[in-house]
Structure formats: structure tokens, C-alpha cells
Design a binder for this molecule. Structure first.
Ligand code: SAH
Length: 239
């Protein structure tokens, strides 16, 4: 039903959580499960907790890196128990569906972190928006599969209206891999020109990532930006 939304579990420790997440997904009409470097998979506990959602487990894509998981993805949402100092939109689970209705372009990924440590900064840096499930102040960290259940439930409610086809540029937006290629080149140029001191990078790259993620450049626009950087690189190389 929601075939253009990937649920991505990163570095999951407990195979039971993978199975329970698959079950949570299937009950709400989601089937695209992606496992990035799970500690144990396949595993009997995953199958046991998946119950009648073993098909979702069997079809899950198991891959080793986040880069690979996000290939071809243009909209990325991160889930986090803690509110971090993030300027990208911070949504409640309830708001997530309507945010996606308005901002979803191309394939979407929802990222879930490791049970104890949550999402890494590397993963958080890739997101266009963040979702936090409201909790008691005293204890905000849900079990991973239960967090998946709440998010897919809310998405299924919020997205049950037909997708708004408002964007003819849909196929033209730069995907995650193209953005990462750009960020690498940008960082390289900033280091070479000594705008960025790699010993004291502070939050510069994260801030720039946020800016570009907000702008959501099209492939052609990104090509222009890369062209500018290449011209700078060439000029420096010539000197
Ligand atoms: N200390 C970690 C908690 C990890 S719980 C953190 O700050 O995020 C494992 C995963 O479950 C999280 O990475 C997130 O994907 C999801 N999760 C748990 N509680 C959540 C909450 N209140 N809101 C959103 N996602 C949550």
C-alpha cells in the first residue's frame, strides 16, 4: 500500500525487534523494510516475533551502509526520542503524515536508530525533518518496534488521502547520493580554500546540510552548484 516509503532500521541489536517491527509495518500496510547492518539477521527470534509478517522479513533488504540504503531516496525523516538542537522541522508523530503529504517527493525513508544509542549524527545529518513521539518527561525512550508501530499507524492515518501530485519536478529532485556527492565536494573546497579548518569544523557542515535540505535542489540546480565548485577547484589547481 505504501510502497514508496522505506522503513529503515539502522544497526538493530535485538532480532526480536526486527520481527516485531515487520509485524507493526504489515498491520498498517507497509512492506518496504530495510535493515542496515543488523547485529543478527536472519534469526529465529525475528521470525517468531514477526508472526504472520515473515514475508516482510523475507523481502527485507539487508545492506551494510546508510549510503546504500538512501540511494534513490529524496525525502528522509529521522525519529528521535531526544529533542536535539536541530533546526529542521521537528514533528510530532501526528504531524508526520500531513508533513509528508505536503513535502513528500519521490521515495521516502523513515530512519530508526539502534536500541540504546539511537540515530548517529551521520544519520541525523541526512534528514529533512525529525519526528519525536510525545512521552512522559521522565522516560522518553520507547522500545524500537513500538516506536515503529506508532509512526506507521500515524502515517497510515495521515497518508490515507491520495498523494497530492503537485510536483512535476518529482523525478528531478536530487536524491540522497547526489546530495552526499555535493556535500563532499563542498567540504573539500572549503578545506582547500581554508574557509573550513578541519581541526575545528564546529557544526559548519551540519548547518550547510540543513540549508540545502531545506532548499531541496533539483538535479540541474545541483549540477550548477557542482559546476561552480569545480571551477573553483580548477582555478586553485592552476595557481
Ligand atoms: N536514546 C535513544 C533511544 C533509542 S530507542 C534516542 O535518543 O533516540 C531506539 C529507536 O527507537 C530510536 O532511535 C528511534 O528510532 C525510536 N524511538 C524510541 N523512542 C522514540 C520517541 N519517543 N520518538 C521517536 N522515536 C523513538
Amino acid at each position: 500500500m505504501f510502497n514508496d516509503i522505506d522503513i529503515i532500521l539502522i544497526n538493530t541489536s535485538h532480532p526480536g525487534n526486527i520481527g516485531a517491527a515487520a509485524r507493526a509495518m504489515k498491520t498498517m500496510g507497509f512492506k518496504q523494510l530495510v535493515l542496515v547492518a543488523p547485529r543478527y539477521f536472519p534469526h529465529a527470534e525475528a521470525e517468531a516475533l514477526a508472526a504472520s509478517a515473515v514475508d516482510v522479513l523475507q523481502q527485507a533488504r539487508v545492506i551494510s551502509s546508510l549510503d546504500e540504503a538512501l540511494m534513490g531516496i529524496t525525502t528522509v525523516i529521522g525519529t528521535s526520542a531526544r529533542q536535539r538542537d536541530l533546526a529542521a522541522p521537528l514533528l510530532t508523530a501526528r504531524e508526520c503524515g500531513s508533513w509528508l503529504m505536503q513535502n513528500r517527493v519521490g521515495r521516502t525513508a523513515i530512519l530508526f536508530g539502534e536500541e540504546r544509542t539511537g540515530l548517529t549524527n551521520e544519520a541525523l545529518d541526512r534528514c529533512h525533518a525529525y519526528v519525536t513521539i510525545n512521552t512522559a518527561d521522565e522516560y522518553s525512550s520507547l522500545n524500537l518496534a513500538q516506536a515503529v508501530q506508532i509512526i506507521v499507524y500515524e502515517l497510515q492515518l495521515g497518508l490515507s488521502m491520495p498523494k497530492i501530485e503537485n510536483n512535476s519536478a518529482e523525478a528531478l529532485l536530487a536524491d540522497d547520493s547526489a546530495m552526499e556527492g555535493y556535500f563532499q565536494q563542498l567540504e573539500g573546497v572549503m578545506v582547500t580554500t581554508e574557509f573550513l579548518d578541519p581541526k575545528f569544523p564546529k557544526r559548519l557542515m551540519s548547518r550547510l546540510r540543513r540549508l540545502y535540505h531545506r532548499a531541496r535542489p533539483e538535479v540541474q540546480e545541483l549540477n550548477i552548484l557542482r559546476g561552480i565548485l569545480t571551477a573553483v577547484e580548477k582555478k586553485i589547481g592552476d595557481e
